[in-house]
Design a protein around this ligand. Structure first.
Ligand code: ADP
Ligand code: MG
Length: 315
């Protein structure tokens, strides 16, 4: 792939008898958000540690910014930001002092104060810069960790469950931050257990038991779950069964037509935006009054249930 930032092939990590990551293959283009989604114990942290060079693979290949992570050059290390699950902050130091310390570790010299201010503004902690970390809320500590991860302007950022255990409002805000980081051209590799967060990613990898089940865009995951785009049609009047049977036979209806209420149908098609006008025309011919017709975007919690259910039936 052109401009591949992360590449793995058959990446495997074993701890004694335990295989934590098994034959994982994927690649990530630059300037994207890659969400690595899986339940606890599925191998997310192990993968991040392999990608950042903390672990050596048992088998398989990895290239991150064209280098093997265990042999990163100093220059490449500086291009990488890593926010571990438990970011180490100093409780007795202030927000500013913590950030200043991390900046010195990364050798941020010229214009350091300006950069500190910039990053604190970004995570909305500028008004708390003199507060001692001990007195910060959990959410504020998490934002400070994010600021520390970004201080040296990394082009590739790894974050291991950055949104775990924080309230939905702050989670949403974090994803806004991630998207604005991506808009600056950076690449983000983010792990999460919250499947709903798939919606904010460019690509999603689904991990279970150390195996990567699939990698796709959120839109395609929806399509894979339901076999196409989902259209919800609601009519004013009852639609008799013989009319539903005709609907199923229409050439532009490729998937299931399911009655989900007396006046409501769920229709699976190849392409919702081209099929919706055709359905409106068809309804007119049938003298059916359409109350509403729209593409149905089921929440990702439902999408994942469908995807996992599908796998079950193939095993
Ligand atoms: P996640 O981050 O998705 O919760 P981990 O990568 O931490 O998953 O763990 C994946 C599996 O590997 C788990 O079964 C865990 O017990 C095991 N594991 C992780 N690290 C080690 C280790 N250092 N030694 C032995 N087993 C480990
Ligand atoms: Mg973990």
């Amino acid at each position: 792939m052109e401009n591949t930032v992360i590449y793995t092939q058959n990446l495997t990590k074993q701890f004694g008898d335990e295989v934590a990551v098994k034959e994982v293959t994927f690649s990530i283009p630059s300037g994207t958000i890659f969400g690595f989604i899986g339940p606890s114990g599925s191998g997310k942290t192990t993968t991040v540690r392999l990608l950042t060079g903390l672990y050596r693979p048992t088998e398989g290949k990895i290239a991150v910014l064209d280098e093997a992570p265990t042999e990163f050059s100093r220059a490449t290390q500086r291009k990488i930001g890593y926010m571990p699950q438990l970011f180490v902050l100093y409780d007795d130091l202030s927000v500013w002092e913590n950030l200043n310390f991390v900046a010195s570790l990364y050798g941020v010299g010229f214009g350091r104060s300006k950069r500190l201010k910039e990053v604190l503004d970004f995570v909305e902690l500028a008004n708390h810069k003199n507060k001692v970390v001990r007195k910060l809320s959990g959410g504020m500590k998490r934002r400070l960790s994010l600021a520390a991860t970004l201080i040296h302007r990394p082009t590739l950022v790894f974050m291991d469950e950055p949104t775990a255990g924080i309230d939905p409002v702050l989670r949403r805000k974090f994803w806004d931050h991630f998207q604005s980081i991506r808009e600056q051209g950076q690449t983000l590799f983010i792990t999460t257990q919250y499947v709903g967060e798939a919606a904010y990613c460019d690509y999603v990898g689904i991990l279970a038991g150390g195996r990567l089940l699939m990698v796709d865009t959120p839109k395609n995951l929806r399509r894979r779950a339901y076999g196409g785009d989902v259209i919800k049609l609601r009519t004013s009047d009852y639609v008799p069964p013989q009319v539903v049977a005709e609907l199923r036979l229409l050439p532009f209806i490729k998937g299931d037509v399911t009655r989900i209420g007396p006046h409501t149908f769920r229709i699976i098609t190849d392409n919702a935006s081209t099929v919706i006008p055709l359905l409106i025309d068809w309804a007119k011919e049938q003298q059916l009054k359409v109350e509403s017709i729209e593409e149905d975007l089921p929440p990702f919690d439902d999408v994942f249930v469908e995807l996992v259910k599908d796998r079950g039936s193939h095993d």
